[in-house]
Design a binder for this molecule. Structure first.
Ligand code: SF4
Length: 209
């Protein structure tokens, strides 16, 4: 199988529990909750996306004909002699990640993380699963390392996630015109519900991708 990648680059994880950790980001093209086109946003299940995941034209993007060629590409972006760490995101990475890719990544001793909307089953062998649920989209991934919720999402009951099998719970202010208000509301929620950690998108504050 070939893999469509919007962009891939070395950066730091800007949000969630692993904030600040150096990683290769691999952003797959496509999502099952929005086409990525502005004309479809209003009718999308997920209508607050802040990411361009359409096409393959970003830095380090392209079509990779097999798991081996994608893995070689990702390894070429890693600068350290320490174990490589790759975060797969999107779009929705589980539309494309399969057993073959996981096996090839593992063969090359790569630590694997994903950022997923939780609506698609995952293959085995992923080291760090971060699920970011979206209102109106049924979650099938109810366990993992981190549950990271963009806040507020109208009528989304946060307590339902605390009953799921995640190690860490992160609450992240929704970006956009109301960011200041959303930061204040998220902070207030975390103060009153300390199982939730505040997650800030620090890559936006320091202006890196
Ligand atoms: S699920 Fe994630 S990638 Fe897909 S539209 Fe929503 S925020 Fe964007």
């Amino acid at each position: 199988m070939s893999y469509k990648v919007k962009e891939a680059y070395l950066t730091i994880q800007g949000e969630g529990y692993q904030t600040g950790r150096v990683a290769v980001f691999c952003r797959f093209s496509g999502c099952n909750l929005w086409s990525g086109l502005e004309k479809d946003r209003e009718t999308a299940i997920c209508d607050f996306c802040d990411t361009d995941f359409v096409g393959i034209n970003g830095p380090g993007g392209g079509v990779f004909v097999d798991a081996k060629s994608l893995t070689i590409h990702l390894l070429s972006l890693w600068k350290s002699t320490k174990k490589p760490f790759v975060i797969f995101t999107g779009g929705e990475p589980l539309l494309q990640i399969d057993d073959t890719l996981i096996k090839e990544l593992k063969r090359n001793k790569i630590e694997i993380a994903i950022e997923t909307n939780g609506t698609i089953p995952r293959p085995r062998g992923i080291d760090w699963v971060c699920v970011s649920p979206k209102l109106g989209a049924e979650i099938v991934l109810t366990s993992g390392e981190e549950c990271k919720v963009v806040y507020p999402q109208k009528d989304l009951d946060l307590n339902q996630f605390l009953e799921m099998d995640f190690k860490y719970f992160s609450l992240q202010p929704m970006d956009g015109d109301n960011l200041d208000r959303n930061i204040a509301e998220t902070l207030e929620y975390c103060r009153n519900n300390p199982k939730w950690n505040l997650s800030l998108q620090i890559h936006k504050f320091i202006n890196i991708p």
